[in-house]
Design a protein around this ligand. Structure first.
Ligand code: IMP
Length: 238
């Protein structure tokens, strides 16, 4: 029986598979994305939804530390007999602000919002779009942490880009309306500012492009790719 207070996700996305991963998330889009990546490795991803406030957002220095601390807390809510639990943590790291808001992104978004972030960068402008992109350089970063019953396996992903001067678009969430990703080459690698690639938002923010376009750049997707690679290499070594 699940412990009191748990809302076990009814959302069983994949079919019957050997190992169940309980993914701590309230976001069904993230659940579907994790399932898509982990099902080929014979994992069934199920949602572990806990009542608001059950897991305390720790104030630590890195996304890895935050994810590990959340795993420690969430372990107590694993259904009996289950071993695998996964958490994901992401943030926006702005270079001229020494990485702020970074691990404090949720809090910064709730308090100063993207308008506040734009104000902090208002002195960094240039007529030259390439120079502006360098001055206002930023990246979205994500970490996924999987507890396999014995240890934590990490995956991480980055989406480099820049903070726009003005917000635009109402797609997505969080800081999407002020983030312009760098173009990607045909292997999916980011190109320097001003260099055009096969994958491009043509200077538009994530807030102004459809979700499918954002997915091609996604830090979350890259973090899952890196987790899958890490699991596969550990499986080969053992
Ligand atoms: P989470 O750990 O995925 O919940 O992300 C923490 C915070 O970082 C969110 O509340 C957003 O403010 C910001 N963030 C993370 N990923 C994104 C993204 O893909 N777009 C916009 N904002 C993001």
């Amino acid at each position: 029986m699940p412990k009191r207070g748990i809302i076990l996700g009814g959302n069983r996305v994949a079919g019957t598979m050997s190992t169940v991963i309980w993914f701590l998330t309230g976001n069904e889009g993230k659940l579907a994305e994790a399932t898509h990546h982990l099902a080929p490795l014979d994992f069934e991803v199920r949602q572990l939804r806990l009542p608001e406030g059950t897991i305390v957002e720790p104030q630590l220095d890195t996304l890895e530390e935050v994810a590990a601390a959340k795993i420690e807390q969430a372990k107590h809510y694993l259904p009996e007999g289950e071993t695998h639990i996964m958490v994901e943590d992401a943030g926006l790291f702005v270079k001229p602000l020494d990485g702020f808001p970074g691990v404090y992104s949720s809090y910064a978004f709730q308090t100063i919002g993207f308008q506040g972030l734009l104000r902090l960068l208002s002195h960094l402008q240039s007529e030259d779009p390439v120079q502006a992109a360098s001055l206002r350089s930023a990246s979205f970063q994500a970490v996924v942490a999987l507890w396999d019953g014995e240890k934590i396996i990490f995956g991480s992903g980055t989406c480099p880009g820049a903070i726009s001067v003005d917000p635009s678009g109402d797609e997505g969430f969080g800081f999407d309306p002020i983030f312009v990703p760098l173009d990607l080459d045909d292997l999916g690698h980011p190109l320097p500012p001003g260099v055009y690639g096969v994958t491009s938002t043509h200077g538009a923010t994530f807030g102004s492009v459809p979700l499918e376009t954002k997915q091609m750049f996604s830090h979350r997707r890259r973090a899952l790719d890196s987790l899958v690679a890490e699991i596969s290499s550990q499986n080969q070594d053992s």
